[in-house]
Design a protein around this ligand. Structure first.
Ligand SMILES: Nc1ncnc2c1ncn2[C@@H]1O[C@H](COP(=O)(O)OP(=O)(O)O)[C@@H](O)[C@H]1O
Ligand SMILES: [Mg+2]
Length: 283
């Protein structure tokens, strides 16, 4: 059982310079075993800054991050230890690819956390299979591949460490819908197989509606909403007011409400919409 929590976590960049800026403010959150969390918010709301604290890539300016109750920044060994359990796929996967070959890149993370060399081939094969990377690509340079493939390799490199908590920062940004769906399905499969906790940073409310079971909305460096998709999407006016979209089905439901149909505010998927409309029309 692994839990990750933050206590009054704040982070400022460029402290002591004229550019000093507080990116996140007093964030206290708890991510329990096996949760599937979507972290939403407009650009600049602090999502990437927040997730980079969860595996000690960034250190808090104030507050603490706890893994199973222990401060992950207590000392150097605690900072190293958390990287074995909490895997982070960066927003820009290019920054996560350093090796000459795809196989080398997937092996980089596990090697770094001390997985024995004899176990590496199995880890590489398994992670590649999870993310849909064919073995023919193993000897290619990751830098020659497409954006979608680079992202899959970055994800495979993190999955190969077998994290108990897998965090993906905008894993589907810039991909076509089919490519994005494949990545999300792989992430779901990883969770089903391992029971890991998943945190996905995303701009897409439709994605959150399909996959998320808990939605956390950031606004200006603070947690603005934290609840089930029903709870969050029923506040669609507030979401729109700070520039966030709502799922297509929620928009349609709103349009129907405006025309006098009593579709509940909790509707946010097409299935729910269909059920609600049938109920209203009695068919
Ligand atoms: N490396 C950095 N140096 C200085 N400011 C930064 C840096 N990274 C992010 N910021 C600032 O911190 C704020 C939050 O950014 P970020 O965490 O990237 O938000 P998001 O991921 O939600 O787009 C923004 O105002 C951004 O300009
Ligand atoms: Mg970001």
């Amino acid at each position: 059982m692994s839990t990750l929590s933050t206590e009054n976590l704040s982070h400022s960049y460029s402290i002591g310079t004229p550019f000093e800026q507080q990116a996140i403010r007093r964030i206290s959150l708890n991510i329990g075993q096996g949760e599937f969390v979507f972290l939403m918010g407009h650009t600049g709301s602090g999502k990437s800054t927040f997730v980079q604290h969860l595996n000690a890539l960034l250190q808090p300016t104030e507050g603490r991050v706890l893994f199973n109750g222990e401060d992950i920044n207590r000392d150097k060994s605690a900072r190293r230890n958390v990287k074995k359990h909490v895997g982070l796929v960066f927003q820009y996967p290019e920054y996560q690819l350093f090796e000459e070959t795809v196989a080398g890149d997937i092996a980089f993370g596990p090697k770094n956390i001390g997985v024995p060399a004899s176990e590496l081939p199995d880890r590489i094969r398994e992670a590649a299979e999870f993310t849909g990377i064919s073995e023919e690509l193993f000897s290619r340079s990751p830098l020659e591949l497409s954006g979608g493939q680079k992202r899959r390799i970055a994800i495979a490199g993190v999955i190969a460490m077998h994290p108990e908590i897998l965090i993906l920062d905008e894993p589907t940004a810039g991909l076509d819908p089919a490519g994005g769906r494949k990545i999300m399905e792989n992430v779901c499969r990883y969770q089903e197989k391992t029971g890991a906790s998943i945190v996905v940073v995303s701009h897409s409310m439709d994605e959150a509606a399909i996959y998320g079971r808990r939605l956390i909305v950031f606004n200006q460096g603070e947690v603005y909403m934290d609840g089930s998709p029903e709870e969050v999407f029923s506040r669609s006016d507030e979401l729109s007011s700070f520039g966030l979209d709502v799922p297509q089905a929620a928009k349609l439901a709103e349009a129907l409400r405006n025309r006098g149909l009593s579709v509940p505010k909790s509707v946010y998927t097409y299935e729910q919409l269909l059920r609600a409309v049938r109920e209203v029309l009695g068919c």
